[in-house]
Structures are given as structure tokens and as C-alpha cells.
Design a protein around this ligand. Structure first.
Ligand code: C2E
Ligand code: MG
Ligand code: MG
Ligand code: MG
Length: 285
């Protein structure tokens, strides 16, 4: 019967077209117009430097304010945007927006931007970064790009060339989610990262598994000897913080310090100055 209705008619499969698939298709369609309709915003989450107890930067985290669904998490739409290629214009928007915001902050702290492996396909990424910096008149040293192992997995020669060009501009490169992939140590030899972000999975285990303490210590020691700094992600408790201080971690980030905040909450946080960071902030889901 499906055949009689011709090619491209998927009647036969309709019962199997479940709710999840339809929801995914809905997201895909909505993503197509979301950028033009200005439904995206950036939230910012600070890094706290442990030696000076100071905010030394903010990570830009993408938020989609969907007219019907409300705030959609990047975990739900970034993979779809990567499949459709939409991540390229969207990622460019994030870069430009993050640089523009950072240029207006009352202190010259860093801004960190997450990059998708897809943005490295084609050679235009460094041109996009340069354009974003120029347009915002932001010092390249204030921009940090976070990449995951997925970036180095693909066409690594071309990717490394782009990363080296960016680094020569003064842009910092961080390895995100360190420890969750397959051959993290190999990647550390492949490129001179400025910073390693220790994945939140290890941080979460700090209070409950002695081996997590050993792993975090090993990573900070290794980073040190390679001339890289470390940032622990997802710090939620004082106990975790104490372990991280002891392990010699450079910076921490997580709900204990601050949740991601809307763009207009950054300046007041920076002006609050050197007296540490208040833990309670307006939260962005
Ligand atoms: P990520 O870069 O590893 O970002 C850290 C994630 O952990 C963020 O989730 C952040 O809100 C969350 N987080 C921070 N502190 C804590 C904590 O103490 N506890 C817990 N449980 N979570 C914490 P978010 O904003 O939902 O982003 C998820 C992922 O989506 C990011 O992981 C990143 O991989 C991706 N992403 C976000 N923004 C962008 C973007 O602009 N471009 C691309 N390509 N990916 C992005
Ligand atoms: Mg990140
Ligand atoms: Mg991360
Ligand atoms: Mg992550």
C-alpha cells in the first residue's frame, strides 16, 4: 500500500514515527527561524581564580528562548543545529555577541566561548573570530575558545592549523570536559592548550571516591608541567572546593560560585569587586 502511494510518502512508517522524532523535527524547523527572530541569548557563568579569589572571566552559554517551549537547553538543540549545519551561523552569532558583551564589561576579564567541531569544517573559523574581535574592538587576549576532543578527532591537520593561527593572534584555547573522551592525554600532546577544564563528573566524585581526588591531583600536576592552567567545572559544594584548592587547581566554576547569569548581571558582579563572589545570583535555567 505504501508503494502504491509512491516514493517519498512514508505512510508505511507512520506508526513508528514516534513522539520523539516529531519533537526533534519540530526543533529543527523552529531553529531555522530562531536566529532571525532573535530568540537566542547568552548567559554568563564566572570562573573564580583560587589564588586571588577573584573573577577572572565568564563563560558564554547559549540559551534559546522559544516562544512556546520556553528556555531550551543547549544540550537539546546544539546536536540538532550541528546536524543541520545551523551551528555555523549560530556559532558566529555567539562569538560576535560574546565579544560585544565583553567589550562593555567594567573590568578586562576574559570571555570564553564554546565551539562545535562543525565550526572547524571549512577554513573560515579564524576569519570569523578575527571579524568578531575587530567589530567589538576586543583585545584578542581576552577571548578564550573552549573545544572538546571531538574537534581534534576530525581532520586534525586542518584543525590544528586553525588552532595555531588563533593562538598566534593571542586568543587562548581551552580543552573542555577533560577526562570524558577516549584519549585525552594524546590530545594534550597534539596542541599546546592554555587551559584544561576538568569535567564535572570528576568534581562530583571528589567527596565520595578517593580515586577522584587522585585523578584531579594528577591532572593539575600534569597541566602544571605542560604550562597549562586548570579549571574545575560543576563545583557545587564547599567540600569539593576544599579538595580542589588542595589539589592546586587554578580556577573553579560551578553553582557554588554562581549559576550562569543574564548578560546584564555581569557588570554588577564585576563591580562588586575584590571582596569575593556572593553565591546567590539570579539564575538562568
Ligand atoms: P559546557 O561547555 O561543559 O558547559 C558547562 C555546563 O554545565 C553548562 O550547561 C552549565 O550551565 C552547567 N553547569 C555549570 N555549573 C554547574 C554546576 O555546578 N552543576 C551542574 N550540574 N551544572 C553546571 P549548559 O549551559 O546547559 O550547556 C551545556 C553544554 O552545551 C555546554 O557544556 C556546551 O558543551 C554546550 N554549549 C553551551 N553553549 C554553547 C555554544 O554557544 N556553542 C556550542 N557549540 N555549544 C554550547
Ligand atoms: Mg564549556
Ligand atoms: Mg565543560
Ligand atoms: Mg560539558
Amino acid at each position: 500500500r505504501a508503494k502504491a502511494e509512491g516514493r517519498g510518502v512514508h505512510r508505511f512508517f507512520e506508526p513508528a514515527m514516534d513522539v520523539a522524532m516529531q519533537a526533534r523535527r519540530g526543533v529543527e524547523l523552529d531553529l531555522g527561524t530562531a536566529l532571525a527572530e532573535q530568540q537566542f541569548a547568552l548567559a554568563f557563568q564566572p570562573f573564580l581564580d583560587l589564588s586571588g579569589n577573584r573573577i577572572t572571566g565568564f563563560e558564554a552559554l547559549l540559551r534559546w528562548h522559544h516562544p512556546v517551549r520556553g528556555v531550551v537547553s543547549p544540550a537539546a538543540f546544539v546536536p540538532i543545529a550541528e546536524e543541520t549545519g545551523m551551528i555555523v551561523p549560530l556559532g558566529e552569532w555567539v562569538l560576535r555577541q560574546a565579544c560585544r558583551e565583553a567589550a562593555r564589561w567594567p573590568k578586562a576579564v576574559r570571555v570564553s566561548v564554546n565551539l562545535s567541531p562543525v565550526q572547524f569544517r571549512g577554513a573560515a573559523l579564524d576569519a570569523t573570530v578575527i571579524a568578531a574581535l575587530r567589530e567589538a574592538e576586543l583585545d584578542p587576549h581576552r577571548l578564550e575558545l573552549e573545544i572538546t576532543e571531538g574537534v581534534l578527532l576530525q581532520d586534525s591537520e586542518a584543525t590544528l592549523a586553525i588552532l595555531h593561527r588563533l593562538k598566534r593572534l593571542g586568543v587562548r584555547i581551552a580543552m573542555d570536559d577533560f577526562g570524558t573522551g577516549y584519549s585525552s592525554l594524546g590530545y594534550l600532546r597534539a596542541f599546546p592548550f592554555d587551559k584544561i577544564k576538568i569535567d564535572r563528573a570528576f568534581v562530583a566524585d571528589l567527596a565520595v571516591r578517593p580515586d577522584a581526588v587522585a585523578i584531579v591531583r594528577a591532572v593539575t600536576t600534569l597541566a602544571d608541567s605542560l604550562g597549562m592552567t586548570t579549571t574545575a567545572e560543576g563545583v557545587e559544594t564547599e567540600e569539593q572546593l576544599a579538595h580542589l584548592r588542595e589539589a592546586g587547581c587554578t580556577e573553579v566554576q560551578g553553582y557554588l560560585i554562581s549559576r550562569p547569569v543574564p548578560a546584564d548581571a555581569v557588570a554588577p558582579m564585576l563591580r562588586a569587586g575584590d571582596g569575593g563572589v556572593e553565591p546567590t545570583r539570579p539564575s538562568v535555567p
